[in-house]
Design a protein. Structure first.
Length: 463
């Protein structure tokens, strides 16, 4: 009786979240993930698609205490994130500056000799994330540890110790809900680099088999597919559109991977971060919530299997009292957790998961109006059964939609406001050759999502 009461009270504390488990603690929701052969989507054990909504928390293990990490993870779970991307061997003095528990990750900087006390803390953080219904996108190391190029380094990996390190981590965490992310903001630039990555992947695979997915996080403006697309260990492609400027056309990067053979899921694993100086220059301004939304909707409607959000203050867990700002960070991480873009990523996930979003196919031909490839570039997708259309207009420009691309005789349409998670009814739409849809407000940052659905097939959809 006491156990039941405790469980009930626990569930009630989570009821305010749209993503919280209603009857059982969230940890029971997590399922094994897999990618069917020649598929563009990640599936869960029950056959439903997995919508990757990630957050970059690169320094999570290194710079936070366990209570701080738990506070951050709870915040992200409440907003709807389900993948937290974090690094074991951190970028900023991760080999020489102890974590907040006073531990270094390796003994004598030797990947073949991991410090069990350090990884005991890592395991506790992973368990906290899993208990809140989130997978850890786990980077074994930041890339400067095998390809310094810039940053701190030093390069400590060889193919031999990379395999040992990968197998150690795989064995230790094979029972956890993890998605492995190799690379770490670096691309392989030599045969040795490729051999190190391959050996680490093989070490992990030896321990986990097919129980956990593996992807690769390359440097800015690059793709995992450029180096590893046909490798059997690479389940999901990832690219980094980066932080160089506003309106980086990440939809083109999605299309690059989308058209490859064999088909594999792909996503933008590091787009422009909210509160990041544009091109690292504060005089150009800072990316805001619109910049994050634009990148996200451009990607999903171009065929991505999900999306990763990022906040410049969060990934480094900037704290004025404890560390120096990296690249002109300006906001304490505890404040930055509630910047508007983070909420709006959850709204996006809710919108797409309300429909069978995995059946959407990118289709720019459905847009019949002029559509210049500037910041207001419109993107659209139509379902396989031609009963659903979703289009995004970043600047609120009108859309002229080719209705012959849809089947059915009557359609219901509405505007979804990605800024505040509200809907504005358009109403029933006749099946004419083309229909003009005009938002009630337009301008830079006034983005809208158009939803048009077959009235007969979506009976019971109240939204």
């Amino acid at each position: 009786m006491v156990k039941r009461l405790v469980l009930l009270m626990f569930c009630l504390t989570l009821s305010h979240s749209n993503f919280a488990q209603k009857k059982l603690p969230p940890r029971y929701r997590l399922q094994k993930l897999h990618v069917p052969e020649n598929s563009r989507y990640i599936l869960k054990e029950d056959g439903n698609p997995f919508f990757w909504l990630g957050d970059t928390a690169w320094e999570l293990f290194h710079r936070l205490t366990l209570p701080e990490a738990e506070a951050y993870l709870k915040n992200r779970a409440e907003k709807g994130f389900n993948v937290i991307q974090s690094v074991a061997l951190a970028e900023f003095d991760g080999l020489t500056q102890p974590d907040r528990q006073g531990q270094l990750p390796l003994i004598n900087n030797n990947p073949a000799k991991p410090n069990e006390l350090y990884f005991r803390h890592v395991e506790k953080v992973i368990d906290k994330a899993n208990a809140l219904g989130m997978y850890i996108g786990f980077l074994p190391t930041w890339g400067d540890k095998f390809n310094k190029k810039w940053g701190v380094g030093p390069e400590i990996f060889t193919p031999e110790n990379a395999r040992i390190y990968g197998e150690y981590l795989g064995t230790k965490f094979k029972s956890k809900k993890i998605i492995w992310i190799l690379g770490g903001d670096r691309s392989p630039e030599s045969e040795k680099h490729t051999a190190i990555i391959t050996a680490m992947a093989e070490g992990i695979k030896k321990a986990v088999g097919d129980g956990q997915l593996i992807t690769y996080h390359p440097m800015g403006a690059s793709y995992s597919s450029k180096y590893f697309h046909k490798e059997k260990w690479l389940n999901v492609n990832m690219f980094q559109s980066g932080h160089v400027g506003r309106d980086i056309k990440n939809y083109l990067m999605i299309r690059n991977d989308y058209n490859l053979t064999p088909a594999k899921p792909t996503l933008d694993g590091e787009p422009r971060y909210e509160d990041h100086p544009v091109n690292w220059k504060p005089e150009l301004g800072y990316f805001n919530d619109f910049d994050t939304r634009q990148a996200a909707y451009w990607a999903i409607l171009s065929g991505a299997c999900g999306h990763t959000y990022g906040c410049h203050d969060i990934w480094q867990f900037f704290n004025f009292d404890q560390n120096k700002p990296v690249s002109v960070a300006r906001t304490h991480w505890k404040t930055a957790m509630d910047l508007p873009g983070a909420f709006q990523m959850g709204y996006m996930r809710q919108l797409f998961e309300f429909f069978p979003w995995q059946n959407l196919l990118p289709d720019q031909s459905v847009i019949k109006n002029d559509n210049p490839e500037d910041a207001g570039y419109q993107v659209a997708a139509v379902s396989k059964d031609k009963d659903l259309l979703i289009a995004y207009t970043p600047y609120g420009r009108p859309l002229k939609i080719d209705m012959t691309k849809l089947s059915g005789t009557s359609f219901y349409a509405y505007w979804f406001n990605p800024r505040d998670n509200t809907r504005i009814k358009i109403g029933t739409v006749a099946h004419e050759p083309t229909v003009d849809f005009k938002p009630y407000a337009a301008g830079p940052g006034t983005d809208w999502v158009l939803v048009v659905k077959d009235s007969a097939k979506f009976i019971g959809h109240k939204k």
